[in-house]
Design a protein around this ligand. Structure first.
Ligand code: BMP
Length: 275
């Protein structure tokens, strides 16, 4: 696609959704396409990791429902860090229910995700009504949605026509759906012609990224930043354990790993836009 050779900064104008614009602006300004996934269960560790990786990331991805000592002051501190370091927040909630239920899960409950998360995501499995449900809450707040059109795990069922239909669903809700959690571009999954029109500059955020190992013991599969950004044409690398490793207490080590992934992601991007 023609977007592969545009800079993140040039692509801001392809978007009307405020969350998409914000993310691309941060990527251009901070020169990073790295998102860190902070999958730890204690508030103190969660905040320490985010403060350590903050300078190196465009986006922080959360699973707020795994935090054991959650309360709303944590959200305030997360928001303060997002202002301090200039990154967007993505709650990886993976909504998957009927429109009415997801609208309640997104706006209400303990976490009130829509009130603080710039971006969230959903499985397309219920059909277009999941987008209308989430959009009724998120669009007035300027939020953006990613659809999970593929997954990184071994044996994932999100392949073939499922992935193609997910892209078609997104195209019908261009104001709220800003892109995909996926492993490759639309062309990469074999879509062409009418299915890939020029103004469809969807963002592709890609988990399953690691430099040192190929997977974990539970079906996760890793590819390198170069494979993801340069060879597969994705826009953002999402890295979790590759950065905070087995000891989330080692701040200097975490900072060094974040820098390492940021550099690898940016180098692959620069090679892509100049190819
Ligand atoms: P890690 O880099 O530690 O394997 O973490 C990957 C993160 O991305 C996890 O938070 C997981 O929930 C998420 N994820 C994924 O790994 N594969 C997908 O296809 C979709 C995801 O959201």
């Amino acid at each position: 696609s023609s977007f592969l050779r545009q800079t993140y900064g040039q692509r801001v104008q392809n978007h009307s959704n405020p969350a998409a614009k914000q993310l691309l602006e941060i990527m251009e300004k901070k020169k990073t396409n790295l998102a860190v996934s902070v999958d730890v269960t204690k508030s103190k560790e969660f905040l320490a990791i985010i403060d350590a990786v903050g300078p190196f990331v465009c986006l922080v991805k959360t699973h707020v429902d795994i935090i054991e000592d959650f309360d709303h002051s944590l959200i305030q501190q997360l928001q303060d860090l997002s202002v301090k370091h200039d990154f967007a927040i993505f709650e990886d909630r993976k909504f998957a229910d009927i429109g009415n239920t997801v609208a309640l899960q997104y706006s209400s409950g303990v976490h009130k995700i829509a009130s603080w998360s710039h971006i969230t995501n959903a499985h397309p499995v219920p059909g277009p009504s999941i987008i209308s449900g989430l959009s009724s809450v998120g669009l007035p707040l300027g939020r953006g949605l990613l659809l999970l059109s593929e997954m990184s795990t071994k044996g994932a069922l999100a392949v073939g026509s499922y992935t193609v239909e997910a892209v078609r669903m997104a195209r019908a809700h261009r104001d709220f759906v800003i892109g995909f959690i996926a492993q490759r571009t639309m062309e990469g999954i074999g879509m062409q012609g009418d299915d890939v029109v020029d103004n469809d500059d969807f963002l592709i955020l890609t988990p399953g990224v690691g430099l040192d190992v190929k997977g974990d013991a539970m079906g996760q599969q890793y590819r390198t930043p170069r494979e993801v950004i340069l060879e597969s044409g994705c826009d953002v690398i999402i890295v979790g354990r590759g950065i905070y490793g087995k000891d989330p207490g080692l701040v200097e080590q975490i900072r060094a790993q974040a820098k390492r992934y940021m550099d690898a992601g940016w180098e692959a991007y620069q090679e892509r836009i100049s190819s």
